[in-house]
Design a protein. Structure first.
Length: 151
């Protein structure tokens, strides 16, 4: 669906013109291959190529925030590795790679969105009234304190 919408992985990652169309085609092909469980090994290679292209176009921090996609690709790649004589040995590392790269994505999101840019969190809390601590009787619990306490 995101390839159809003209974005890569998420709505705020709009595909750039030119090479962005190639990224969208790769994303659509990867999605179809994975949905139909067809050529998983090729789909994972294409997903890693897409992650590398995202790193080139959107920068290091954004790439770290979406390392879970590389984690999915590495997990499936190790699980469906060719040639098959290495597959049994590499299957043991497939879930670990997914866990580690998802952890990298979550830590980088925590740093970039919460710690290094708390204004986004304060804006969200003020706009949508998410500071429930004041309703619990903690009247001195400001929105800024709420944003930093949920890290």
């Amino acid at each position: 669906m995101s390839a159809y919408s003209g974005v890569i992985f998420a709505p705020h990652l709009i595909a750039p013109g030119g090479i962005g169309n190639i990224y969208l085609i790769i994303e659509a092909v990867v999605g179809l291959l994975l949905v139909f469980n067809f050529h998983i090994f090729a789909a994972t290679i294409l997903l890693l190529v897409l992650c590398f292209g995202m790193a080139i176009n959107f920068g290091f921090v954004t790439t770290l925030e979406y390392m879970n996609m590389a984690g999915i690709a590495s997990c499936l790649l190790l699980f469906h590795f060719h040639p098959e004589k290495y597959r049994m040995h590499l299957k043991a590392y497939s879930i670990a790679s997914l866990r580690i790269l998802t952890g990298v994505a979550l830590v980088s999101l925590g740093l970039s969105e919460k710690i290094l840019n708390p204004d986004l969190g304060v804006y969200f809390v003020e706009d949508y009234q998410w500071n429930f601590m004041q309703n619990l009787g903690f009247t001195d619990f400001s929105n800024t304190l709420f944003v930093f306490s949920r890290v």
